[in-house]
Design a protein around this ligand. Sequence first.
Ligand SMILES: [Mn+2]
Length: 304
Amino acid sequence: MPAARKVSVLGVPLDMGASKLGAAGGPDAIRRAELIPALERLGLDVEDRGDVDIPDRPSKAKNAKLRFKPQILEACASLCDEVHAVLKEGRLPVTLGGDHSLAMGSVSGTSRFFAQKKQSIGLIWVDAHGDMNTPETSPSGNIHGMPLAHLLGLGDRALAGIGGRGPKVKARNTVLVGIRDLDASEKKNLRESGVAVFTMKEVDRYGMAWVAARAIEFASDQTAGFHVSFDIDAADPSVAQGTGTPMRGGLTYRESHLFMELVADSEMLAALDMVEINPLEDVHNQTAGLASELIQSALGKRIF
Ligand SMILES: [Mn+2]
């Protein structure tokens, strides 16, 4: 898939998937970090499609194993349709979050678009966490800890069925990067699924250039392109403290950028999520600023 010169930005002001409030303000914080003009300066044709409709937050979650499932399901179904429509117009969807549960919608939209052309996609999940719990294994019932499991066809049938039944991506084309915090049951789910996991140990040992090259290779193998779902908590809290579940020992500023620069060089990027930016936890909007910068790198901004 050639590098798209046309980009559509979608906001998903959702935080019902997380335990902390505030990620709903992420899309506007990233916009305020001058994302749109910065992308235009790269010579891209940029459209801001505004925000996807999010149902009102009930005062209390009804289902403790799947908190706010009806609302998240509805938001993800709308996002799936939007991402699909953007791809159909020959544009690259950039989804701003919002908590990571939204990826059940965005990745499903990318998957459906290519499935209709009898093609499959790869998925690179950049995150401190595995997001691989199912409703049965989740300690919290927060759906932002479960999106990858549902995209691989596990867990709740309705959430796994957004945009169509079955897994949205093959395990052999799914790669996790930046991982450093997994629940015991997530480890089991990840091992049984067969996805590739590059933890911080591999980043430390082999370097981000090597890890990114392997990730891109797996995600591109016999696919039409890949979706990158970047949780800002993959980056170290010293450069990205404005997020709900910070975890030390993360990607440096340059490792985060290098990953995105190598994604851009691959010319295989089909869609991008930038999620879990929480302005209530941020200082001087700097995490939203990093998110904006990383999107620019993924879409072709070069140092030289
Ligand atoms: Mn995540």
